[in-house]
Design a protein around this ligand. Structure first.
Ligand code: TYD
Length: 217
């Protein structure tokens, strides 16, 4: 499948602030009336999901279940297939005129599972999923992101500085392949103050065709 209009994805290394920004976007959107034009309904979501495959993945990410890299790659793509096409799936929501914003998607698999088990399997498993209309990459020096992660009580298996350095390198390398698939890609300075990052996110969202005619502050 090609490009899915009305579908926006946040990507970035661990500690890059995507979840915080999704929350801020939610608040910002809630405070807008759209001016002359009614704002679209917005759906916020994330991967791994809270579905059956996502639950196993969360256990593995916490280190409670030890799974082979290839098993992880397959579970992430199974979770994604359900997220897109299962009951109330993202494809029908986006096609139905909702603005769908998802924290992490296929690029996370190409980056993280690519490091663990090579490019081929994650590429194969993810090649038929639709590309987002807009991809926001939250770029941050892994050392700074790591300082943020140190404050969290629970550590996940990929939250190691050496791994996160590879993660950033791979993200930067793979962004062009997302552009080739037709996605508009914006690189956001995620080390900037949280309000500045939120402004950059909002600016990109307001350029989407679905936002046309809406007056946003
Ligand atoms: P994250 O959004 O960072 O979760 P949390 O808010 O709980 O920290 O995602 C969890 C981890 O899952 C993160 O380290 C990236 C990893 N991940 C993959 O390795 N492959 C994938 O396809 C996805 C969606 C996530």
């Amino acid at each position: 499948m090609g490009l899915l209009p009305n579908f926006v994805v946040f990507e970035g290394g661990d500690g890059s602030g995507t979840s915080t920004q999704l929350e801020l976007l939610k608040q910002k959107f809630a405070g807008q009336d759209g001016g002359g034009q009614k704002l679209p309904s917005i759906v916020y979501t994330f991967e791994p999901t809270e579905g059956p495959a996502g639950r196993i993945l969360r256990e593995a990410l916490r280190g409670e279940a030890r799974l082979h890299g290839e098993t992880m790659a397959r579970l992430f793509s199974a979770d994604r297939a359900e997220h897109l096409y299962g009951e109330g799936g993202l494809v029908s929501l986006a096609r139905g005129g909702n603005l769908v914003v998802c924290d992490r998607y296929t690029l996370s698999s190409l980056v993280y599972q690519g490091i663990e088990c090579g490019d081929e399997l994650p590429m194969e498993l993810n090649k038929s999923f639709p590309a987002p209309e807009l991809l926001l990459f939250f770029d941050i020096d892994p050392a700074i992101a790591f300082e943020r992660l140190e404050k969290r009580a629970q550590k996940e298996i990929y939250e190691r500085l050496d791994f996160q350095i590879l993660v950033r390198e791979r993200y930067l390398k793979l962004l062009d392949s997302c552009r080739d698939k037709g996605s508009r890609v914006a690189v956001i300075d995620a080390a900037a103050p949280v309000e500045a990052v939120a402004r950059a996110v909002w600016q990109n969202i307001s350029l989407l065709p679905i936002m046309k005619g809406c007056t946003v502050q």
